[in-house]
Design a protein around this ligand. Structure first.
Ligand code: FMN
Length: 231
């Protein structure tokens, strides 16, 4: 995988990417380099083959993000985005696999923002197959700034376990809490059952399943080498 050389001379890892990622809605006109586009397209091809989703990288298309004037969700300068299409009912996969691209983009020094509401769906030139709809887009590019950390609910409100919390579970929870969720709702709960079984639940309504896929990907990364089973 292509990795960004950071100022300190270290490569940005996927773990650093989780902490450094924040939603960015204002983009500069700096073009995305051809080798980064190629690396992202290569990853998209793998993800599409594995998941059956239909993800496309759409470049130089200004209309999807040009019409929204509302305070929340207003974008400027965004002409590049991932478009994730799938039949209804696949929200968790949309979240899980889309977040892989979000964190990969972050390791490449790019900024992102998940978007399900504040864009013009009609303007997206998606190549839809039978039964598919555009389920989400993810803004992509060089941000005017790198965003800022969201507020978190207390960890106790987002998880449960009997007895003392194992270190790996705490690390996984911390990683899950860096994840983006729709309107920062953090409507999820992870329950440790026994030593290595984890139940993940969406506790909200709208887009909570998409959020769940996103936070599950972060949780898996945060768990590191510890083996656990989703139940
Ligand atoms: C499934 C999903 C849908 C989202 N939809 C929108 C949207 O329509 N417009 C927008 O501006 N931000 C949207 N966001 C971004 C969230 O507002 C943002 O992730 C959240 O406030 C947490 O902030 P952070 O991403 O900087 O950590 C969405 C995020 C997710 C995960």
């Amino acid at each position: 995988m292509l990795l960004l050389r950071k100022r300190k001379g270290k490569n940005m890892t996927i773990y650093e990417a989780m902490n450094e990622r924040h939603s960015v809605r204002k983009y500069t006109d700096r073009p995305i380099e051809a080798e980064k586009i190629a690396a992202l397209n290569e990853e998209i091809a793998k993800i599409n083959a594995e998941s059956g989703l239909n993800i496309e990288l759409i470049l130089d298309e200004p209309k999807a993000f040009s019409g929204m004037l509302a305070r929340y969700g207003h974008f400027s300068g965004c002409t590049n985005y991932f478009c994730i299409s799938a039949p209804d009912g696949r929200d968790e996969d949309v979240g899980y696999f889309g977040e892989k691209l979000v964190l990969m983009a972050q390791t490449l020094g790019l900024n992102t923002c998940w978007v399900v509401l504040t864009y013009s769906k009609r303007a997206v030139p998606a190549k839809l197959r039978e039964g598919e709809k555009v389920q989400a887009v993810i803004a992509l590019g060089y941000g005017e700034h790198c965003g800022r950390a969201h507020k978190n609910k207390p960890m106790e409100a987002l998880c449960a376990c009997d007895g003392e919390m194992p270190e790996w579970f705490k690390n996984a929870m911390e990683a899950a809490m860096t994840a983006p969720t729709a309107i920062n709702q953090q409507a999820f709960k992870f329950t440790l059952e026994g030593e290595n079984k984890v139940k993940a639940e969406a506790t909200g309504a709208r887009y909570a399943k998409m959020d769940l896929g996103i936070v599950k990907y972060h949780f898996e990364l945060g768990a590191g080498n510890t083996e656990f089973e989703w139940v």
